[in-house]
Write a protein of this length. Structure first.
Length: 133
């Protein structure tokens, strides 16, 4: 018997670039996904970052904003916990407003980002930590 080596695997083809309409669509979905959390922006960034420049730019912006909002929610939770203990639970009558305000801001700015990206215009959130360059 002859030991012939198996043929080398075929090189994988690079993913097809997105059309302009698809590029705008996925970029806008990255912003709109922020309504339900960080995961949609992260998935779109990881899957489509090499296929469309507009999608890469906008999903990175949306992901940075979602990370910022997650940090803000954590800070508000810690603050509410400390103040709840210090005030023997009286802070609970006021403390629920802060997480709600963060969620409303996240909702409004995510929808605004969706609208801009859908039209092909780059959107920058009013504040976001630029952690992903």
């Amino acid at each position: 018997m002859t030991d012939t080596p198996p043929p080398p695997p075929a090189p994988s083809a690079a993913p097809a670039p997105l059309s302009e309409a698809e590029d705008r669509q996925w970029a806008s979905f990255a912003h709109l996904g922020g309504i339900i959390g960080i995961l949609p922006s992260l998935i779109i960034y990881l899957v489509f970052k090499d296929r469309g420049s507009f999608t890469r730019q906008e999903s990175k912006e949306a992901l940075n904003f979602q990370i910022t909002m997650a940090i803000a929610h954590l800070a508000v939770f810690i603050l509410n916990s400390i103040l709840g203990v210090v005030t023997f639970g009286l802070w609970a009558f006021i403390g629920w407003i802060f997480p709600l305000a963060l969620w409303v801001l996240m909702l409004i700015w995510s929808i605004m980002g969706f609208q801009k990206a859908k039209d092909g215009v780059a959107y920058r959130y009013p504040f976001a930590l630029r952690l992903i360059k």
